[in-house]
Ligand binder design. Structure first.
Ligand SMILES: NC(=O)c1ccc[n+]([C@@H]2O[C@H](COP(=O)([O-])OP(=O)(O)OC[C@H]3O[C@@H](n4cnc5c(N)ncnc54)[C@H](OP(=O)(O)O)[C@@H]3O)[C@@H](O)[C@H]2O)c1
Length: 313
């Protein structure tokens, strides 16, 4: 099979298409023939030697990627929940070695969900890591309640565009941040308000927030403390919470935590139900072919992608 190997940490020229043997599923795993996969910022960070690179670099082949959608073609021992021919999608083995940039991918059966017939493989792949992050943060970490005020930073991005939709589904009042070009997009996702960070400082215009979901990083978590009410919650997924932010948050009676998404098939099933019902919809900004992986990485690196990037196999 063809796979995209990361030769060593560095630029996109280190992503090389190579023929390697099709892997065999072990106990509890399945082999998926991949139709589409999606690219996330963690792929780019890992390619550059950051994020998960150190934990993957000793493998025979470092293969990036975690989001897949395709068809089950082989079952490992003991797998009864899935069957051959079934269309599945999910985030595979995160934060381990997902090896999704390949024609065939091995996945633990309990990281996957049945792909709804109503959505394409491209849409399903796009609704894996980013959607799961938004789901786990809003549903499980923040336990968003109806009527709560949620500030979603980077509301037009991969995570953010699902975050807006999921927070609305949970009954929240949602304020998104992004640049002027994404105003209409984020409002159409259901956001009640939008702050254009190129013309306004969000912390000067947005107050009394119950939950900040930060997918930007940098000084955004610190600045967000000024928008939160005492007793509010800050969850940062990009870069985490520094000691300084933690201390300032404590002084203000705000809980601040960082979060990393985990593979989970039960959560994927819940997302599949929302996708099937049309309650949440992925937005695919651009599709690339397998050999255009470098361009896909460069697109994510702009930091300006709307929704998701998909690779067709
Ligand atoms: N910890 C975890 O488990 C986890 C999981 C998923 C992602 N992440 C991290 O979270 C971050 C976001 O991921 P993603 O997939 O959503 O990335 P993405 O799709 O590349 O995000 C791009 C979006 O960010 C927006 N943006 C850029 N700067 C902004 C700013 N200062 N304020 C508001 N919006 C801004 C852009 O909107 P404009 O074009 O309008 O500027 C664009 O739509 C990445 O660092 C990623 O690694 C962490």
């Amino acid at each position: 099979m063809k796979a995209i190997i990361l030769k060593e940490a560095g630029g996109v020229e280190n992503l090389i298409i190579k023929d390697i043997p099709v892997p065999s599923p072990a106990k509890g795993e399945v082999l998926i023939k991949v139709n589409a996969l999606s690219v996330n910022p963690v792929d780019i960070k890992t390619r550059k030697g950051m994020a998960l690179y150190n934990s993957l670099k000793e493998s025979e082949y470092v293969i990036l990627g975690w989001d897949v959608s395709g068809e089950v073609v082989e079952l490992g021992e003991g797998v009864t929940a899935l069957e051959i021919g079934q269309e599945v999608f999910g985030m595979v083995n995160f934060p381990g070695h997902g090896k999704a940039y390949a024609e065939y991918v091995i996945a633990p059966a309990n990281h996957l969900a049945d792909k709804p017939d109503q959505i394409t493989h491209q849409e399903a792949a796009a609704s894996s890591l980013a959607a799961l992050t938004a789901w786990q943060v809003l549903m499980q970490q923040a336990k968003v309640q109806s009527g709560e005020r949620v500030l979603m930073h980077a509301a037009a991005g991969g995570v953010g565009h699902f975050g807006v939709q999921i927070a609305k589904y949970l009954g929240a009042y949602v304020i998104g941040t992004g640049s002027d070009v994404n105003y209409d997009f984020v409002k159409e996702l259901g956001a009640d308000e939008y702050v254009d960070y190129t013309s306004e400082q969000f912390e000067e215009v947005i107050q009394n927030i119950d939950i900040v979901f930060d997918a930007v990083g940098g000084d955004n978590p610190k600045r967000s403390l000024n928008s939160l009410r005492s007793g509010g919650l800050l969850i940062a997924i990009a870069g985490g919470i520094t000691d300084e932010v933690k201390k300032l948050a404590e002084e203000k009676g705000i809980k601040a935590l960082s979060y990393m998404v985990q593979s989970n098939g039960d959560d994927m099933e819940q997302l599949a139900e929302l996708l099937e019902a049309g309650t949440i919809k992925p937005y695919i900004f651009k599709e690339f072919s397998f050999s255009e992986i470098g361009e896909a990485h460069r697109q994510i690196e702009t930091g300006r992608t709307r929704g998701k990037i998909v690779i067709n196999i």
